[in-house]
Design a binder for this molecule. Structure first.
Ligand code: ACO
Length: 403
């Protein structure tokens, strides 16, 4: 890294960079992106190789701890995840309060923050082993919370985690098993969900990750920082786009809309519409995650013998967009959210859980970025400046004289 302390200044001119398009907020060793060429690497390893070879747990270890784990390191991490899966019994009572109308992202953000109350040592991690335990706790419990909030929403009893199951299998068990039926996932489902999570594991300084770093910079704990990341992810311009894409595809399908006519509405700025799942701040070429997910969606639907009409709508929209000057000139291509929903639907994940799935996947990236801030002795609180545009000076007016 570069020693930037000599460049620090709190006086003088302020740079205004709307939406931080060209502002580097930190130095990081975690993820490399070349947006012009569509390259994504975690810790230097190409995303294509990781997606092909890695389980989510192995990719998470790489992202969080900076190296591919040896067998014993991987086993140790997997064991820590298995050990930390259950929630404190009194935390389970929170779910009764949310009931069936609980928005899963609201529940997740609140419950992840609540974890601090049950694990207070996370407030002051003393050494690497405390950070390791906090990371394993967070990665493991976020999955238990997600599945329990789904069960609460559909009015079924919460299913407890099983210590003998692997990460993804355990999540599917908690999501889909019932008191009268043990869910057994097919290898295609396990593979597809691992890949989905691997592809979401980190993406450098996106809105939610920079939120995590912002909160971490005040020395807030890992759980509180991740909870803020979940809230940032929720919006439809970020992780919430995976819900918005399916709603868009479903509307086009249900109403029999002509994709070309739909595109005219998207291009008309007056409508305020966007082609959800298209465009990216950094990628000005194909998002490599979208390329992998598109291929995986085809494979999975074929192996599971599923005919999803929304995939056809998505393909048609992509075909129209890639030939349209509006999209070509602005370099708008499918992003990670365009095809991911097709895979989640095939697995049987309900739409209101899509952004929660993204949050489970992004947890390693948030933890790795929190860790970088926490472990940097020179890290200082994030505190951007502004250009003030309000009244320069007013004089107090008594209430009965105000117009
Ligand atoms: N549909 C139609 N037009 C678009 C789209 C889109 N999806 N995305 C960008 N544009 C247009 C903008 O209107 C703008 O046009 P203009 O130059 O005529 O004003 C131009 O392309 C540049 O777009 P910006 O909004 O400046 O791009 P920005 O980097 O600020 O936003 C974003 C990126 C938020 C991803 C945007 O492309 C978008 O809203 N996409 C749809 C939502 C989405 O899919 N979000 C998920 C992103 S990936 C993730 O977070 C996981």
């Amino acid at each position: 890294g570069i020693d930037i302390s000599s460049l620090r200044s709190t006086t003088g001119h302020i740079t205004l960079d709307d939406g931080y398009g060209n502002t580097g907020s930190c130095q990081s060793d975690v993820t490399f992106i070349d947006g012009e060429q569509g390259i994504l690497r975690y810790r230097g390893y190409p995303i294509e190789q990781i997606a092909e070879n890695s389980s989510f747990i192995e990719a998470a270890y790489l992202v969080i701890f900076g190296k591919l784990p040896k067998q014993d390191e991987r086993d140790n991490f997997a064991q820590a995840l298995a050990d930390n899966a259950p929630l404190h019994q009194s935390m389970m009572k929170h779910f009764d309060g949310y009931g069936s109308n609980g928005q899963p992202m609201a529940v997740l953000s609140a419950m992840v923050n609540s974890l601090t109350a049950y694990d207070p040592h996370v407030m002051h991690p003393a050494d690497e082993s405390d950070v390791f335990n906090a990371a394993a706790t967070l990665m493991s419990k976020v999955r238990t919370i997600a599945a329990a909030s789904h069960k609460t929403t559909i009015g079924e009893p919460i299913v407890y985690p099983r210590p003998d199951l692997k990460y993804v299998e355990n999540f599917l068990h908690m999501m889909f098993s019932t008191p009268y039926h043990d869910y057994e996932p097919t290898p295609e489902v396990v593979r597809a969900l691992n890949m989905f999570l691997v592809l979401h594991a980190d993406h450098e300084q996106n809105c939610s990750t920079s939120t995590v770093r912002m909160v971490a910079s005040s020395k807030a704990n890992m759980f509180a920082s991740a909870s803020a990341g979940i809230s940032a992810l929720w919006g439809p311009l970020h992780g919430g786009a995976n819900v918005a894409v399916i709603e868009m595809l479903q509307k086009i399908y249900d109403e029999g809309l002509d994709p070309a006519v739909f595109m005219d509405e998207v291009k008309d700025k007056e409508t305020g519409r966007k082609l959800m799942g298209f465009g990216h701040r950094v990628y000005k070429n194909f998002d490599p995650r979208a390329t992998i997910l598109k291929g995986a969606a085809f494979d999975m639907l074929e192996k599971m013998n599923i005919d999803d009409p929304l995939l056809d709508v998505a393909l048609k929209l992509e075909e129209v967009a890639l030939k349209d000057d509006y999209f070509v000139e602005r370099k708008l291509y499918p992003n990670v959210d365009f095809y991911s929903g097709i895979i989640l639907r095939a697995i049987g994940i309900p739409l209101d859980m899509f952004t929660v799935m993204f949050a489970i996947g992004r947890m390693p990236g948030w933890i790795a970025n929190w860790k970088e801030v926490h472990e940097d002795p020179k890290s200082r609180i994030y505190r951007p400046r502004q250009i003030y545009t309000g009244d320069v000076e007013n004089t107090w007016i008594p209430r009965n004289e105000r117009s």
